[in-house]
Design a protein around this ligand. Structure first.
Ligand SMILES: [Zn+2]
Length: 289
């Protein structure tokens, strides 16, 4: 699922292409995509794009008439600019070009909501803090608000905005912390390290993705990036210590970690941990977001 770095790069690319542009046509190709009836989709036609912003993992396009288009790509939704490919769910014709939304597979989880004004938009904010706007103290307070595994805490959209399965693995590896350490048991030093690592990893990936896109519209958005330390790298060598990357599987999720770097060499038994993580995991993290 596109997370904070990917969504921010999408928004930067959209900002350069559609801010100030007129919306000539908004067309649904799949009736399941649109989850609200009021205001209607036709209400955005002929207005201009006034601003864009990210809300958690959502992409929000603000129109000059006060209506917001709120897109959640979920796992398989992707945006394309002047380029038709795949299973198109919606297309938006601007005076500057055509934006299409596609979704791979048949699950139909990507969504579009329309909201009236900034007050209407608030309904789509899960409430998590923006780590780049938070102080270390604010981060620490949110981290300890509930006692859960760090994996769940970081990916809970009610606590932290925009962090999902991929970047939480990378952040925890960078911070040298176990994915199943409990948030309220962290020392002050560990919490400070996690704060620094969260900002460092997300910031580094943002600039990396921006450099990769090189001004083009991001067309290669994936949860498995070359250059990630542990996420999606089961059995491959940890870039820092060369030990093989481990995994814990639970339901359709998988957490990757390095035992030498993060758990003092201890291998976390897959089966019992799956149970622990399974019990300490929102039924569907993606739906929560
Ligand atoms: Zn390692």
């Amino acid at each position: 699922m596109p997370e904070l770095p990917d969504v921010d790069i999408y928004i930067e690319a959209l900002d350069a292409r559609i801010r100030g542009a007129r919306i000539e046509k908004a067309e649904l190709k799949s009736p399941f995509l649109l989850r609200t009836v009021d205001p209607p989709l036709s209400s955005v036609t002929a207005s201009e794009v006034a601003r864009l912003r990210r809300l958690g993992k959502r992409i929000c396009i603000g129109c000059s008439n006060g209506v917001w288009l709120v897109l959640h790509l979920m796992i398989a939704g992707r945006l394309h600019w002047n380029h038709k490919s795949g299973n198109v769910l919606a297309s938006f014709t601007f005076s500057t070009g055509v934006l299409t939304l596609t979704e791979a597979g048949s699950q139909r989880r990507a969504s579009l909501h329309l909201a009236s004004g900034d007050d209407g938009l608030k309904a789509y904010d899960p409430g998590g803090i923006e780590v780049f706007e938070a102080t270390a103290g604010e981060f620490d307070a949110v981290l300890r608000r509930e006692n859960h595994t760090l994996k769940r805490t970081l990916t809970d959209p009610r606590l932290f905005a925009g962090i999902g399965n991929a970047y939480s693995d990378e952040i925890l590896h960078h911070a040298r912390l176990s994915p199943v350490a409990l948030s309220q048991k962290l020392t002050a030093g560990e919490s400070a390290r996690l704060y620094a690592s969260t900002r460092c990893v997300l910031g580094e990936w943002k600039s990396r993705l921006r450099t990769e896109a090189a001004g083009k519209f991001p067309e290669k958005v994936t949860a498995f990036r070359e250059g990630m330390a542990v996420h999606g790298r089961f059995k491959q060598p940890c870039p820092d210590c060369c030990a093989p990357v481990q995994r814990i599987r639970y339901a359709s999720n998988e957490t990757n970690y390095c035992a030498r770097c993060q758990t003092a060499g201890k291998l976390l038994a897959d089966r019992s941990l799956s149970r622990l993580l399974g019990a300490d995991w929102p039924r569907s993290i993606d739906e929560l977001s």
